[in-house]
Write a protein that binds this ligand. Structure first.
Ligand code: FES
Length: 904
């Protein structure tokens, strides 16, 4: 068959049933991205004879004798396509995984189609941006500034990867092919809880082209956690690669490594497993009852499970003062008290790039792991532990990561690939399907949150208590951390003498939960901020005013229920400004007009959120900067770029401190060989921890160069200044070449940071909504978020992080729910029955920044990746409640739940 792809002829015959996307990728067109296999996400969009199609649902043979254009084919050798240019100018991407498809789709738009993006862009999903920047890109709005003279920090400099992102040439993990690549597929448990009596792998092993079959009988028995943290003891060791007991439907039982994926899958079907069924428990309330089936009851103290015989992974009990007395005193004084129960659901990260790993041996025999992870160094260290390797035996690196949101702080595919490379000596790849993401990748912890709060007639809190039950699922990865963090800042943000926290995370035979943007705060804040609003309403106090009277201010101690880390400080404080900014924006109005008709009721609501800017107990970053005789600065950073924008911010920090421009900055990152140690890209630590380490390295480098220049020129140090061409000492310029000759042409300086002390960042969200009392439909008329990010390093990028967080949270608040059947079967297996927000579903959010300078963060900055997500669901719930007079206590607040609440 003959295909014309981007003007070049491919003579090849697709495999039987092969889709066009896979055919194109098999022919090295990796610019065609793979986000799903069902035509749902649009990442694989190409043009066939000028018409945009989702190539994952087009049989390859249908493109025979047709012209196919991918995103790479839109650009001419000398210039980008105008749409590609617009995506760069508007900063219309974050991780960029959706961008190739977005660009191809929109390249065909007529002006009329551009004017109706909700209709015409509904086939392309973006999980990162919240769509505003994409909409701007399509409309030709320029949001970025050209890098030029002057300090780079504080300017909306475009992401360095932009030209590669918009042409599809930026490589993600699976965007490469290797000679002799083998493929992995796994056998999954059909049972929620069972013991494996026997596995017969003989038929699979006998198949030609099958190179290895792994089960519990021939794989490491080391216990570990898929969760990765700086301190590996933070998570229970309750997992082994292949266990003799399966604890959720989908758990891996065996893996086949074969010449093709189809053969590996075929061989999996030939493996016979004899299971002894065990009693299962799916309800977290029942899981901790005496006599409930236990999932890890056989595990001892070394597993670090709080109480394995009661299914309790972790628990937290503590407080200050006397909560019942606080409630009584409020009521006695004529105040008010509220108590209620709130429930949050399972949510999938739905990063458009699925989990995947490719591994091989390099020419020195070392294992190389190319993987889509937020934490390459932590993955390396745990692989060493599982397989008895030394860190020097293995290199782990990431290409660009196509979205993470916490989901890639897990070790899910790297272990199988490492084992397969060790046993076969061949390159091996293992890639999750979109359905795997729903059925076997960890999700957000569902939590039941009970809140009691009381305040006197003056509106001052006298009592605040929470009781939280978190469903860890079958394994405890991240469950302790999510529980402790979720119960932290959601309570700490309030000044109150009587506080109490009781919380447990329990095992069930459901899919495991894990790290998710907000790390527990989104769930607990949904309860706490809703209760605060109910309390304010009971007292007749405006919700903004109620927060002003009760939130912590500098000088207040941070009081929560767990260990006082002692390193949490007010590096800056902008919560007061955020409350004012959000209220003023809401009072100004704007947004959409309310629909008319007696069935529509409108209301306004808000919520506040606080977050520590760095995870506790250490987050480490060692950076290095090398300057060469051309004045090019190469930064070595261990942290990963997954759409959080740290690459841009790091270039800005270095350029500013070294008095140069960002185009002289080269970044090598997220590679255990190419960069020094970094705990990883989570907890929003990329800007504040790696950024601080980088700033220190830049200071040291500047000092060394100035000192060297002054000795060359014979001029006192204080009169020398570093600039883009070298160091100017008085009238004399000591150029880079001159400076670096004594050191052999380059100079390298290190900087490091240990993640302490930590500051606090704040977000306030406010909505005005209209609710249809006949149908339960919610229309967002105005959406406002005010953020205290300290010094905003890149305004457009930071705005994008906030908008993306808000839209992800709107998905959680209104639509998204991973449905289980009550016996652990996942019913939501593809994007189309999950309802990721589309461009038509979401409003534009007004974003405002508090004017603060943080004395802890680099150049006054604070983190702003996770926190915008946290106040959104309660703010929306509060607006719905004020519109209707009834409260929806469960997420998502879909029309059915809203309508039902109206019937009470
Ligand atoms: Fe759209 Fe990441 S930028 S999915």
């Amino acid at each position: 068959m003959t295909y014309e792809v981007n003007g070049e002829i491919i003579d090849a015959t697709p495999r039987a049933g092969q889709c066009l996307r896979t055919f194109l990728r098999d022919n090295a067109h990796f610019e065609v991205k793979k986000g799903c296999d069902a035509g749902d996400c649009g990442a694989c969009t190409v043009l066939i004879d000028g018409e945009a199609v989702h190539s994952c649902i087009i049989p390859a043979y249908r493109a025979d004798n047709h012209s196919v254009t991918t995103v790479s084919g839109l650009a001419t050798p000398s210039d980008l396509h105008p749409v590609q240019r617009r995506f760069i100018d508007a900063a219309g991407f974050q991780c960029g995984f959706c961008t190739a498809g977005m660009v191809v789709t929109t390249s065909t738009f007529t002006p009329a189609q551009m004017a109706d993006l909700p209709q015409n862009l509904k086939g392309n999903l973006c999980r990162c941006t919240g769509y505003r920047a994409i909409s701007d890109a399509i409309s030709g709005v320029v949001n970025t500034e050209k890098p030029g003279d002057g300090p780079a920090v504080g300017r909306s400099i475009p992401a360095p990867a932009g030209p590669r992102i918009v042409t599809g040439t930026e490589q993600y993990t699976m965007d490469t092919a290797m000679e002799g690549m083998l493929h992995a597929a796994i056998v999954q448990s059909p049972h929620a809880h069972a013991r494996i009596r026997r596995i017969d792998t003989a038929a699979a092993e006998a198949m030609t082209g099958v190179h290895a079959v792994f089960t519990h009988q021939n794989s490491p028995g080391v216990t570990y956690s898929t969760a990765r943290h700086e301190n590996r003891l933070d998570d229970p060791d309750d997992t082994v690669m292949f266990d003799t007991v399966v604890r959720f439907r989908g758990q891996r039982v065996a893996a086949v490594i074969a010449e093709t994926l189809a053969l590996a899958q075929h061989a999996c079907r030939a493996i016979v497993v004899d299971y002894e069924l065990l009693p299962a428990v799916f309800d977290p309330e029942q899981a901790r009852d005496v006599g409930a089936p236990t999932l890890h009851g056989d595990k001892g103290a070394t597993s670090r499970i709080a109480d394995p015989r009661r299914n309790i992974v972790a628990e937290l009990h503590g407080g200050t003062g006397d909560v019942p007395a606080g409630v009584e005193s409020a009521l006695a004084a004529g105040g008010a008290a509220v108590s209620g129960r709130w429930q949050t659901q399972r949510v999938q990260h739905a990063h458009l790039e699925t989990h995947g790993t490719i591994g091989w041996r390099d020419d020195k025999g070392r294992i190389v792991i190319r993987t889509s992870t937020q934490v390459p160094f932590l993955v390396r260290d745990e692989l060493c532990r599982i397989f008895g390797l030394e860190p020097c035996d293995i290199r782990v690196f990431t290409a660009r990561v196509g979205g993470g949101f916490g989901g890639k702080q897990e070790l899910l595919t790297e272990d199988i690939v490492t084992l397969a490379v060790l046993r076969t000596g061949r390159p091996v790849q293992y890639e999750f399907t979109r359905t795997d993401e729903f059925t076997i990748a960890p999700c957000r912890h569902p939590m039941r949150v009970d809140v009691t709060a009381a305040a006197g007639p003056d509106g001052l809190l006298t009592a605040l208590s929470i009781d939280v039950l978190s469903d860890a699922g079958a394994y405890g990865n991240h469950s302790p951390g999510v529980l402790f963090h979720g119960c932290g800042e959601s309570v700490t943000v309030y000044r109150c003498e009587n506080k109490r926290v009781d919380a447990q995370a329990v095992y069930t035979n459901n899919i495991p939960s894990g790290a998710f943007r907000g790390y527990g705060l989104g769930q607990v804040m949904f309860g706490v901020e809703s209760a605060m609003d109910d309390l304010a309403a009971k007292l007749g106090i405006d919700p903004f005013e109620f927060r002003r009277r009760n939130v912590v201010v500098p000088g207040d101690q941070f009081i929560d229920a767990h260990v006082d880390e002692g390193d949490l400080r007010y590096g800056s404080y902008g919560l007061d400004q955020c409350i004012d900014l959000a209220e003023e924006a809401l009072r100004r109005g704007g947004g959409m007009p309310s629909p008319t008709g007696p069935q529509w009721r409108t209301g306004e609501g808000m919520a506040v959120a606080m977050i520590a800017t760095i995870p506790p107990r250490g987050h480490f970053s060692d950076t290095r900067i090398t300057v060469d005789s051309h004045g090019t600065y190469t930064l070595g950073l261990g942290t990963a770029e997954f759409g959080n924008g740290t690459t841009t911010v790091h270039a800005q920090i270095a350029a500013t401190e070294l008095a140069t421009s960002v185009d002289r900055i080269v970044i090598k990152q997220s590679d255990t060989d190419e960069a020094d140690y970094d705990t990883g890209a989570f907890g929003s630590a990329g800007t504040v921890v790696a950024g601080k380490a980088l700033q220190l390295a830049a200071w040291r480098l500047r000092e060394q160069m100035i000192s060297a220049a002054s000795s060359i020129s014979g001029t006192p140090t204080e009169k020398c200044e570093l600039g883009p061409h070298g160091v100017t000492c008085g009238q004399r310029l000591v150029g880079f070449a001159e400076l670096l000759l004594p050191t052999g042409g380059s100079l390298t300086v290190d900087g490091n940071h240990n993640g302490t002390p930590r500051s606090v960042a704040f977000n306030v969200h406010a909505f005005r909504v209209a609710v249809n009392t006949s149908t339960g439909e919610v229309k967002i008329l105005q959406s406002v978020q005010a953020a205290d990010a300290g010094v905003v390093m890149n305004p457009e990028q930071c705005r994008g992080q906030i908008e993306g967080g808000v839209v992800q949270a709107l998905g959680t608040a209104l639509f998204e729910e991973m449905m289980l059947d009550g016996e652990g079967r996942m019913l939501s297996q593809v994007l189309r029955n999950y309802h990721l927000p589309q461009i038509a579903d979401v409003p534009r959010t007004e974003v405002y920044f508090a004017d603060t300078v943080d004395e802890i963060g680099p150049m006054g900055a604070k983190s702003m990746s996770e926190s915008p997500y946290n106040p959104v669901a309660p703010a929306l719930s509060n607006a719905i409640t004020r519109a209707t007079g009834t409260r929806v206590h469960e997420l998502p607040m879909n029309p059915v739940r809203v309508w039902r609440s109206l019937q009470k």
